[in-house]
Structures are given as structure tokens and as C-alpha cells.
Design a protein around this ligand. Sequence first.
Ligand code: NAP
Ligand code: FE
Length: 363
Amino acid sequence: MQQYYMPVKIVRGRDCVAKSAPVFASFGKKALIVTGKSSAKNGALADVSAALFANGQQAAVYDKIPPNPTVACVREGGALARAFGAEFIVAVGGGSPMDAAKAIAMLARQDADDLFSYRPTDDVLPMLHIPTTAGTGSEVTPYAILTNDEKQTKTSISHPAFFPKVAFLDGKYMRGLPQSTAAYTAIDAMSHAMEGMLSVRAGAVTDALAAESLRLLHAELPALTAGAYTDADRDALLLAATLAGMVIANTGTSPVHSMGYSLTYFHGAPHGRANGLLLPAFFEVCAQKAPERTAEILRAAGFSSSAALADALAPLLGEREKIGDEALRAYAGKASVNKNIKNCSVFFGEEDLFRVLKNSVGV
Ligand code: NAP
Ligand code: FE
């Protein structure tokens, strides 16, 4: 039996935020805008503020979300949402502000002593998400990934009430995106689509979404490699990322993400870069253990082999982090107890994970 569920209304097109003031009006009088620093420069914050202002709605702005959001920042944001009396949240930015907004929307309504063991209820402020990177797909997922210092990793908290109500997709906000962020976030999207196809929860619907996402991403490889984008490229990348988000909303991710969290936590590798470093070596092992499905996934992504995938990603990744075996063994151990292991249709034991890590880093 297969199931598919994704309750987010997707509004897409140039100036869709500015044109959607009535949509914002229906969520209440007071909004907390959760964002980082770039939205004040790329036009997204101005568009949201104008839509709210046109409706006579009040807004407070919490713009202190760092990359890889922390428990401290979501607690501060939650306290602000309560003090301000926010009735809804508008999240503007990459995966970091979009994920943080979900935890803030929950903390505005619920007390949680330990965020990572707490079981959320449905009582979460409604959210509207505006992605300004094309990668995580957080605008269509029920996941909020936070830095977990106690376990020295990143941990996903999730609940169906974390799905935003509306996602607005407009590639114009990505015009000033740094090339490294553009490339890494596109790799994250590719990773989601490919990992989703490998999930035990993959089905006909998620496969169709993943295939279209991968087709779009493959067509964007020349732009990604050149670091030169038209607005059509940005819109296509954003759509690909949202489609891949719709995949993982139902399938979850794979050990690529679990291993990647250590590269981010201990070595500062941006999330999409971490996945990109690991993806070819991961699919090389998959090709040995499940040759047919792996070939199908690589074909959907436009590659004849994991080596061809490696060749396409190499120019986007540049020089690789050098990490010793002892640390890599520790990361393999951490990844081996992540719930993603059971989610993957190909079994990855600790030795397999070590092999992937070892083949992914610099020498
Ligand atoms: P990000 O951490 O949100 O943003 C990366 C950098 O790009 C930040 O410095 C950000 O600045 C800047 N930036 C964002 N949009 C920009 C724009 N339009 N122009 C110029 N600069 C811009 O990166 P991300 O890759 O989008 O998100 C990664 C996070 O999402 C990780 O924590 C990851 O674990 C999580 N994630 C979540 C899911 C999910 O399903 N929820 C899936 C995959 C990954 P400011 O933030 O200061 O604006
Ligand atoms: Fe991801």
C-alpha cells in the first residue's frame, strides 16, 4: 500500500507575494516574520511587508536565524512570537529560517523542555513560507532540522502540523545568491530526489515527482557549472527543489543526510555541499547492492553511472575537506544509529558508511 500526503498550497510566479495580499489577510492581524539577513537585500522582506501593510496587518521581524539554526534562536523567536501575540508566522529565507520558523510556530503555542524528545501537538501557529534558496524544499515538508549540541549532530523534529499553509515560489529573490550557495542548494535538491527514490517509502507519486525534479536539475547543470543564471534558470531550480521537497516530505532522506550532518557539525560544510561530497560514493555502494534500482535512479538524474555523477558534481565542490580515519569512523558510528538507516531500501552497515565517508573526503 502506498500513500502520499502534502497539504501545502503552492503559489508560483513572478511577484506572487506582492499579488497575494488577500492570502496573507486571512491568517490574522499580527504576523511574526522569521528570517535571516539576506531577505532585507533581495526584496523578499519588502514584498512581505508591503503585502501585510496593504492589509493593515501588524508585523514584528525576527531576523537572527543563523545557518544551521540553534535551539537558542528558536527559543528566542518563540518568546518573541508570544510577547507580540503573533497569530501567524511568515518564514523568509533558505532552509535555516524556514526550518526555524516551524519550531518557533510550535514554541509560540507549546512549552517543550527538551525540543528533541518533546512530542508536539497540533497546536502550532499557521505558517507561510517564502524560499530564497532552491534546495531544502522546507516550504513543503513537515521537518525542522536543528543543531543538537548535546548529541553533536543535527536532528530533525517533525509533525504534520509543521507543514506550512502556503509556499510562495518566486525565483527573483535568488538573483544575488552567491554561487557556492546556488550550487550547494541545487545539490541538496538533487540529493533529496535521489535519496527519496531509494527510500522504503518511495511510491509511484514520489517517483514521478523525483523524476521531474531530476530532469529539471540535469538541464540546469550547465548554468550551475558556469555560475551564470537567467531568471528562467532560477525558477526552474526553485521548482526542482520544491518537487524534491515534496518527495522527502513522504519518503524521508537516507544515510547520505545522516553522514552529512557530521561534515556540517564538525567541519562547517554547508548542508548541500556535505550531501554532494557523499552522494557519488554512496551510490557506488548502492550500485553493488541494488544494481537495478540504482541504475534507474541514476538514469532519472541523467547519469550513466555513479562515476558520471561524480564527474558532474566535482566542479561544483572544488577541493575536498581532509578528515582522518578516526573521525570518519566516529561519523560512521553516529550515522549507523540514525533513523534514516532503516528508511533506506539498501542496507548500510557501519563499515559501508565508513567506506562511503572515506571515499568522499580529500586525501
Ligand atoms: P541557509 O542556511 O538557509 O542559507 C545559506 C546562506 O545563504 C545564508 O548565509 C543565507 O543568509 C544566504 N541566503 C539565503 N537566501 C539568499 C538570497 N536569496 N540571496 C543571498 N543570500 C541568501 O541554507 P539552505 O541550504 O537553504 O538551508 C540549509 C538548512 O536547511 C540546513 O539547516 C539543513 O539541515 C536544512 N534542511 C531542511 C530540510 C527540510 O526538509 N526541512 C531539508 C534539507 C535541509 P541569511 O540566512 O542570513 O539570509
Ligand atoms: Fe537536505
